[in-house]
Design a protein. Structure first.
Length: 95
């Protein structure tokens, strides 16, 4: 009897986090540097840039990691951390 291996499936929500309470004038570079502390960011296949969706009006960003461990580590270690100018941010799983 042949055992069929099931490959794990990952949804974008398993790989993505939402960062809220970002300060005014935050740049994509600052978000990228902050998030790279805990994992490898996913890269957009066409642009080659980090996969970050930033909404400055709402002071929030959705960041996608390459591996689920990156997203899990971001939630565990970056939430409540000071971003810039001693400004704490909130990090939670994207829905």
């Amino acid at each position: 009897m042949k055992v069929r291996e099931e490959k794990p499936t990952f949804s974008p929500a398993n790989l993505s986090v939402v960062i809220t309470d970002l300060p005014e004038n935050t740049t994509l570079s600052q978000i990228s540097n902050f998030c790279r502390k805990v994992g490898v960011l996913a890269i957009h296949p066409e642009t080659g840039e980090d996969l970050i969706l930033y909404n400055p009006r709402l002071h929030k960003a959705t960041v996608t990691y390459y591996y689920p461990d990156g997203a899990n580590s971001a939630i565990k270690y970056l939430s409540g951390e000071q971003f810039i100018d001693k400004h704490p941010v909130k990090v939670e799983r994207a829905k």
